[in-house]
Design a protein around this ligand. Sequence first.
Ligand code: AMP
Ligand code: ZN
Length: 496
Amino acid sequence: MQQPLKLYNTLSRQKDLFEPLNAPYVGMYVCGPTVYNYVHLGNVRTFLTFDSLFRYLTHIGYKVRYVRNITDVGHLVGDGDDGEDKIGRMAKLERLEPMEIVQRYTNDFRQVMRAFNILPPSIEPTATGHLIEQIEAVRTLLDKGLAYESNGSVYFNISEYNQQGNEYGKLSGRVLDDLLNETRELDGQAEKRSPLDFAIWKRAAPEHIMQWDSPWGKGFPGWHLECTCMSSKYLGRQFDIHGGGMDLKFPHHECEIAQGRGLTGEEPVRYWMHSNMLTVNGQKMSKSLGNSFLPNELFAGSHPLLEQAYSPMTVRFFMLQSQYRSTLDFSNEALKAAQKGYRRLANGLRIIKTLEFADVEGVTTDEKKKADIEKSIQAFYDAMNDDLNTAVAIASLFNLLKYVNMIYMNQLAPAAIGADTFGQLKEKFVAFMEEVLGLTEEPSESDAVLNGMLTLYREYKEEKQYDKVDQIRSYFKTQGLVIKDMKHRIDWAYEE
Ligand code: AMP
Ligand code: ZN
């Protein structure tokens, strides 16, 4: 069932009703990582935002082609038009082939994405795999008079672009005069007609390791052009959603719009979405500021700012507890609270999978509870439809959890809410957790081992061998689990 989804569109500066160009198909492009270093937790937040969107769109019935690239050339230190290539620089430092750097950090990126249960995209193109398309695009922009060659580099001509009736700056709200005042005199700007112009092809100095032949001599593509070429190749000249972190709005995405419009005359993207930053003590988490954590440091608890280890699902839950457009500040307290909250939900997920409907005669229907369950399910959808408000959606999931626990504790008979509502509760709770929010966690021991240990626990208890009983309890505790010894059953659960 497709839902009336509203998404905040950076371009229109409001929540727009999402109407794909060609429903039920949706085309979505997200700027992927520049693979010159390990991904930090800030990067994870952005990829998680778009994973939630990908999952939700799929859940409500769309067929999504999700393209997320790998930037393996052209992204320069300082994000501008001059300086070393981030990957080339690492290759020199480590005395490796650039492609060894690319492979190493692409492997790391994929492993981190898997750890957080972030789904792989439908297509994961690399910039170096699309040089022909980029050279072709440079040629077209030159033909249209929207670019000029200067000393072996090719620059996009902003003033010509604006004269042709376009508006550079409309996405980020930047005003050209302000931009001109902000721009410092940098090396290489002498090549440009205006400091606002940006490189779409750069001449490579002889020592620059990553370079290719082109009609303008040996060089490499501009970072902004890569995304334009890869998105349009797989999604068409106009497509539905383009995403990335807030810090990419300008200049990267602004330049993508200019290139797309310049190439085709069409607005390339219908919905521009930007995820807010993960901060540490109010400062953007970034490698250059030295305040970033690597996911592995988090899982091991091995960073000086961390008081303990946190599991990938705890961190995923922590991030989903805030809507993607609000900033999210990292703190041990917030993560500890997230661990507790997440484990309560994980217990609910385990429990509900074991609950079955039983039609007991003589049970009166509890209309109030039945209606509240139905309302909470709808509230989850309403929250997600309201620009992917995962924070509010999670609150309705906790409301549903209350009923799961009541049934488990024999305080509410499934018959009292009827087969339909019970079926909905079970189906939606599992789908919201696993499919939409991507929250699943397996204990380190398998279910079979844990159940075997529970059988022993029962036997030792009957035989009154309490030292053995305590040993089993302690073992569960080392695994972050507790034995729940209830009147009607013995079970295990995640320690909350
Ligand atoms: P990069 O590899 O530097 O191009 O970054 C990959 C993605 O992570 C981009 O979409 C960035 O906007 C995003 N990103 C970088 N730092 C943060 C942060 N602290 N919080 C959220 N997203 C970030
Ligand atoms: Zn990009």
